[in-house]
Design a protein around this ligand. Sequence first.
Ligand SMILES: NC(=O)c1ccc[n+]([C@@H]2O[C@H](COP(=O)([O-])OP(=O)(O)OC[C@H]3O[C@@H](n4cnc5c(N)ncnc54)[C@H](O)[C@@H]3O)[C@@H](O)[C@H]2O)c1
Length: 340
Amino acid sequence: MKKEGFAVIGGGYWGSNYIRLLSQMPETELYAVCDKAQDRLNAVHRRFPEVSLHQDIDPILEREEIEAVVVCTNPASHFEITKQLLEAGKHVLVEKPMTLTVESSAELVEIAKEKGLTLMVGHIFLYHSAIEKVKSYILNGDLGEVHYLYSQRTNLGPIREDVNALWDLAPHDISIFNYLLDSNPVWVNAVGTKFLRGQVEDAGFIVLGYENGALGNIHVSWANPHKVREVVVVGSKQRICFNDTSPDEKVRVFEKGVAASATAYSDYGEYQLLIRDGDVISPKIPVVEPLKNEVKHFIQCKQNGERPRSDGVNGLVVVKVMEAVNESVRNNGTPVQLKY
Ligand SMILES: NC(=O)c1ccc[n+]([C@@H]2O[C@H](COP(=O)([O-])OP(=O)(O)OC[C@H]3O[C@@H](n4cnc5c(N)ncnc54)[C@H](O)[C@@H]3O)[C@@H](O)[C@H]2O)c1
């Protein structure tokens, strides 16, 4: 089996996970790591002495055996780095958010298309078996109609320099909601608050409106001592809760609900609310590292010319929603309409 030749740009907190996986997976060969910080390169060298290390991207652009590159630097540098890689003919898996503007994301999509290269964005939850499970309940009709979704992504840190907490955290939830609903929001409103350094928003609340009337609500914070990683989908037949911090019950399905039904007095427009009681189920979820699923998907798409689930266009949509979030935050929560 021919191994896929990889490099990783950005060997920080999250990049270390890619470096570990790409060094261990039988289908990949990690040739090089680039990080502008020498201490990060030293840390990589201690664990993986055979990998070439660079503070500059040029040797990676030039090496032919490196066909695919993971970009895991700070978001403000994603555009320039990914552009150089695509122009040098490399397939790219870039971390979220893809870039910080719609214009730059669209440019990357265009270059990848022209050059026939795979461009994928690291929207990891689309490769999480628990989200797959939630999606299966929606697709097979068990959940019924999706009324609304909400998520909470709060913790103490990591606090970033180049983006606010909304740009750092909400792309996860936007990508999850869009995937579960198989559509993109048509309007958003959002508010944020700056309380740590007064420079960027440390916490925020976003509402997304979808064409079919479903609503999404996202609460993000990097300054909340209660760590929560939760997505809840409320449907007409079930409520499903994905709790990523639970070690053994990541998904719980509540077969309970409430529905309005016309009573004998329906002539007068009166309705009776019927509460349906039922079981709470905790389905079995395959234990696979989501990042491994993500990397395998990238390799499969690169090899077969398939469109990744979180391809450049998908990443661009998330950036478009985030730009609208920005605009709404600037205008104290005024709704912003979205067109695709
Ligand atoms: N999918 C997830 O669950 C997840 C989790 C955490 C972070 N992330 C994403 O991963 C990316 C990196 O986050 P992190 O937490 O690892 O940040 P980090 O600050 O720990 O690491 C970033 C690294 O990139 C290096 N770097 C920055 N600019 C560079 C450049 N121009 N050339 C070479 N190296 C450069 C820095 O020196 C640093 O070592 C971000 O886009 C973040 O949103 C994703």
